[in-house]
Ligand binder design. Sequence first.
Ligand code: M6R
Length: 615
Amino acid sequence: MCGIVGYIGDKKAYPILIKGLSRLEYRGYDSAGIALLENVDKINLYKRKGKVQDLVDFIGDESTVGNVGIGHTRWATHGPPNDTNAHPHYSGNSRIALVHNGIIENYDTIKEALIKKGHTFTSDTDTEVLVHLIEDIQENGGVSLEEAIRIALNEVHGAYAIVVISKDEPDKIIGAKKSSPLVVGLGEDEYYFASDATPIVEYTKNVVYLEDQQIAIVDRKNGLRIISTSNKEVSPYVQELEMELEVLEKGGYDHFMLKEIYEQPRAIKDSLRGRLNAKEGWVSLGGIKDYEDQIAKANRIIIIACGTSWHAGLVGEYYIEDLARIPVEVEYASEFRYRNPIIRKDDVVIAISQSGETADTIAALNMAKEQGATILGIVNVVGSTISRITDAGTYTHAGPEIGVASTKAFTTQVSLLAMMALMIGKKRGTIEDERFQRLIEEMEMLPTKLEGLIEKSNEFCITIAEKYKDASNALFLGRGNNFPIALEGALKLKEISYIHAEGYPAAEMKHGPIALIDEEMPIFVIATQGANYEKVVSNIQEVKARKGKVIAIITKGDTTVKELADDYIKIPDADDFVVPILATIPFQLMSYHIAVMRNCNVDQPRNLAKSVTVE
Ligand code: M6R
């Protein structure tokens, strides 16, 4: 959580920092701040509770002079969101300013020791402790800023990405990272720091993704130098960004979430490109090609993820067990890492993550790696931590997802898992040729079907949203590989509209949730034609007998459920295999419209952040 930016160069830093913070606002948006180095005697530091725009309004006509600066947008960990806890934080002598993303776990002990030495603190944050520690080391040891930072980072435990400026070394900006991401952008005589590449892409495509325990020192004369926290020189590995600026803009949509819903046909097309060919009858995932044999021979596949990515993992379990006949366990990363799980060397562990930066998923992966398992990743953000620590992996190619609620990342994750199941099934000979061919044809038709579905269902979803927007509770039901879609539908509704919602396997309803049903309760049911159709129809009858309101997702041409349901949305006729992807769309659209009608902040729901980089 939290987004950080930094700039040194000849341009005015202020607009660059503000624009960068707006791009990173998805990472946290409870307070924001900037520090601009005007001269050796002056840092202009402004911070404010609220969003980046509140900060801009607060700064108003104040001085924004300076071509070195740092900025921060916060998701609170230590101390409530307020002006004082907002970053940047000053050292005691106000000569050093620092922004931080992460958690310093031993801040309490360090703080006590510093208080004994006479330091006083104004905020509740762990970050202020770190900047005081740097100051203390510098003053008592008579060392440079860079050396003080290096020594301090060896004393702290936890996660950090920091960027630091100092009045005493005005031609320098220093960044460092461990467990939280930090990218350095290399322009012409100018350098950028940011939590991800989105604030940088507008200015340069050349970037260096810092590795853990690396410190990047930029000075105007000598440019970029990287050292490790153990003081070894590191040669910067410069990569070229593939991201285009347009994908970071709303492009005429009211919200990023809506734009990203509409992008799904394109995103899935990109995800399938070069990996599946129905005409020639093959599926191949380049990124994990070298591990195909190992996966096919695995005794067990463990999928670890959080939130929406965990739901995608659950669909993957249905796919892989059905087509490849390998046992799959889907684990919440946060539980897996703390419950002493049995991990064997012939296990294949797959992490699924949009951001590639989720702290629990990274920790669970590292644990599996230490115990000798093969670790693979299904990740969206190119160059992210998970993509770098895994043995191999495959990118979803959804493109940047800015809305906090995951949409296109989810459907592309599911598409990748579908391809993976087909690939392993083919290799193991557990899927008949005719079914293999039929399913890859279904996959190839997905982008076209999705396009039509989004266009046709949006209006229906608006009408349905209007009808149910004032509900206090909702239930989402699905069976088989649509059960995870019910979970995902419920998560989408609750996270952006704050309506309490639960997802259940349809048949489980009668073991408890049925008690909640009354005429006020909307029940969203996936009732498409296919293996579980008759059973789901019975579940709908059970709801109707208790006067619940049924909103059904049905297959085009269906008449039975159409008659039974209060409202329905049609999806195109398709094999059960791809229905989870199609059925996701109406749930996304309905949640979106309900949230808009309830005046909720769709792209930045309260209390949430896009990347959960703290445990
Ligand atoms: O970046 P990740 O996929 O690892 O993130 C995991 C969850 O935090 C994420 O899926 C979250 O649940 C979504 N914002 C929900 O829409």
